[in-house]
Design a protein. Structure first.
Length: 114
């Protein structure tokens, strides 16, 4: 994580996802545990992560899967009430962290940000 000095002169940490969120002006902080899986590649696997920021059309999260720009991913919470396909629209690598912004293919039925 990188350290950033706030207006009070105190150091605050910002994740790679937080840094990526700066490019999405409508991004709102959220904490939604999900599983992300890569769409088209065999053995790409899945990973548990947390959506850290969201907009009406995108979800931003950290991920260690070897995702690529324009790759289709599936985002799903544990009880299945949130289950959405999305396209990777941005990747940001910083200090060993990977942040992903994924745009929903269709508007999710149970998305908290409208």
């Amino acid at each position: 994580m990188t350290q950033k000095t706030n207006t009070d002169g105190q150091a605050s940490e910002q994740s790679a996802v937080g840094r990526l969120a700066r490019f999405f002006p409508d991004a709102t902080p959220v904490r939604i545990p999900i599983s992300v899986s890569a769409g088209g590649r065999e053995r790409a696997g899945s990973e548990a992560t947390v959506i850290e920021f969201g907009t009406a059309r995108e979800a931003l999260f950290a991920c260690q899967l070897p995702l690529e720009f324009a790759e289709k991913v599936r985002l799903r919470n544990a009880d299945g009430s949130f289950d959405a396909d999305a396209w990777v629209v941005a990747l940001h690598h910083h200090n060993g962290q990977a942040a992903v912004a994924a745009r929903f293919v269709h508007e999710p039925a149970h998305w908290v940000i409208k």
